[in-house]
Ligand binder design. Structure first.
Ligand code: FAD
Ligand code: SF4
Length: 478
């Protein structure tokens, strides 16, 4: 009702979490946003209208988090109750509070958006969960009765963790397999530490382990573990394997040294920050003193740009083929990158890569573009402008064009169908479920719908767990 009154006119302006000054933060990999303190959380939570009937924030959240209710509890100082509520709909609220593109989701739909600014939902979600965990809050598993079923989860990314969380809370024995040495998937080995500190993931691993979830890290299915064995040993299997096929631009000169792919670069950088050994699979390129150009305009590109700033590049430039308004990533990350000294070149399309006699990249050949008619996806297509070609010098060229499905030979012959892009087909009879074309195998996250968001992957994993539980209960009943 408050939202329908004119109460919003009385609300003070949004302040939001404090950011570390750009000059300082670009010298290290620590998170750039400080968490809210108690007084700031009280201020931000008091701004909310606690919209009851039309809480747009709740509607636009893919998990349908109980946002007005947990903000009200936080305002009343009931942090433990607020954390309980956050965990009713989310498996990783402190992580979503940090990395969700709130400006496109809950905060983008907030009733206060055009009246002194949206409520800082993400900051509050992070504050509630971080504070509760520091106060010693842990999931209460005392009423959970063990069930007989066992489930194998492949992939410890947000999809796999969401699935494991719901199953463990229902008493199912869950084993999670991941090829990496830490849980999180792209949360750990993708999203850089200045957006998400890696201790957040190790803390979550301990919490999930205490809930009874068993993690088998450094275990790759298809190499260290046989998929057939998992199918034999477990009642159901969840595939939360992400999407790791790297996209190339097909440019002349793409095989030059100094041309690198975004994700292996980010993984190598994070591994170094985490103190892990440099691996052959993820060698860390030398960036210090180099002119770095990143091709692409999404979140992965922003992460590469800002990582390169921190790794001491002489200059860092983003070259994107559309205009600024058409950038697919979070707007706040573009602002952060600019503050840290990144240059943006919009409306330029790569044509070729120049290299010297030693085969090392020296420049990227670009042509200017103008925005044309919308394509089938509704986005305006860039059109090259004849005669506008030029060269931009580069010592390191980072390709951040996105991802496609990777090969999964271990999945072949088990009745799991893939679509023409190599993504796992789910849907069952109703087309809305997470069941694959094999009755006991479920799937969700990037492996099913392509590269997307942490929150949508987690939502799919949680849904898969609920569908598995429903099928277990159905079997029990017959
Ligand atoms: P993943 O997170 O990819 O996890 C899959 C896991 O499966 C991995 O750990 C992998 O090692 C494991 N695996 C795969 N195959 C096997 C196997 N055979 N055996 C064992 N383990 C296996 N989203 C946001 O919401 N906000 C952001 O700020 C954001 N930034 C991003 C930045 C980058 C650089 C990238 C690449 C993505 C970003 N995303 C962001 C997208 C988000 O991280 C993904 O959409 C999300 O992590 C997908 O979750 P998932 O569980 O489906 O897959
Ligand atoms: Fe309403 Fe915004 Fe508060 Fe959500 S966050 S309840 S939309 S005022």
């Amino acid at each position: 009702p408050a939202a329908n009154s004119r109460e919003f006119l009385k609300k003070p302006p949004r302040k939001g979490a404090e950011k570390i000054a750009a000059e300082l933060r670009k010298t290290h990999f620590a998170e750039i946003y400080r968490g809210l303190d108690c007084a700031e959380a009280s201020y931000e939570s008091s701004r909310c209208l606690y919209c009851s009937q039309k809480a747009w924030c709740n509607w636009t959240c893919p998990l349908h988090n109980h946002i007005p209710d947990f903000i009200r509890l936080a305002k009343d100082g009931k942090i433990i109750e607020a954390a309980e509520l956050c965990h009713q709909s989310s498996s990783l609220p402190e992580i979503c509070g940090r990395v969700c593109p709130q400006d496109r989701l809950c905060e983008g739909a907030c009733t206060l958006k055009n009246h002194h600014g949206s409520v800082t939902v993400g900051n509050l979600e992070r504050y509630i969960t971080d504070t509760a965990l520091t106060m010693g809050w842990r999931p209460d598993m005392s009423a959970v009765s063990p069930r007989a079923e066992r489930v194998a989860v492949i992939g410890a990314g947000p999809a796999g963790l969401g699935c494991a969380d719901i199953l463990a809370r229902a008493g199912v024995q869950v084993d999670v397999f991941d090829r990496h040495p830490e849980i999180g998937g792209l949360l750990t080995f993708g999203i850089p530490p200045f957006k998400l500190d890696k201790s957040v993931l190790s803390q979550r691993r301990e919490i999930f382990s205490d809930m009874g979830i068993r993690f088998h890290l450094n275990h790759e299915v298809g190499r260290d573990v046989s998929f057939s064995d998992l199918l034999t040993d477990y009642d159901a299997v969840f595939l939360g394997v992400g999407t790791y096929g790297l996209m190339t631009a097909g440019l002349d000169g793409e095989d030059a040294t100094g041309v690198i792919q975004a994700l292996p670069y980010l993984i190598a950088s994070t591994r170094e920050v985490m103190g892990l050994e440099e691996s052959e699979e993820y060698p860390l390129p030398q960036i210090s003193g180099k002119r770095v150009v990143v091709l692409g305009g999404g979140d992965t590109a922003m992460d590469c740009l800002r990582t390169s700033v921190r790794r001491g590049a002489a200059s860092v430039t983003c070259a994107y083929r559309r205009d600024e308004l058409s950038m697919p990533g979070s707007k706040k990350e573009v602002v952060n990158a600019r503050e840290e000294g990144v240059e943006f070149l919009f409306n330029v399309q790569p044509k070729y890569i120049s290299r010297n006699q030693k085969g090392h990249v020296t420049a990227i050949g670009l042509i200017r573009t103008e925005m044309g008619e919308p394509g089938p996806d509704g986005r305006r297509r860039p059109r090259p402008v004849a005669g506008s070609g030029f060269e931009l010098p580069a010592d390191v060229l980072i390709m951040a064009f996105g991802f496609q499905a990777h090969e999964m030979p271990w999945l072949q012959g088990h009745g799991v169908e893939l679509d023409r892009w190599g993504q796992i087909i789910t849907g069952g009879k109703g087309r809305t479920s997470t069941q694959t074309t094999h009755a006991r195998i479920y799937a969700g996250g990037d492996a099913v719908h392509g590269a997307d968001l942490v929150v949508t992957a987690m939502a799919a994993g949680r849904q898969a767990a609920r569908e598995m539980l429903a099928s277990f209960r159905l079997k029990e009943a017959v």
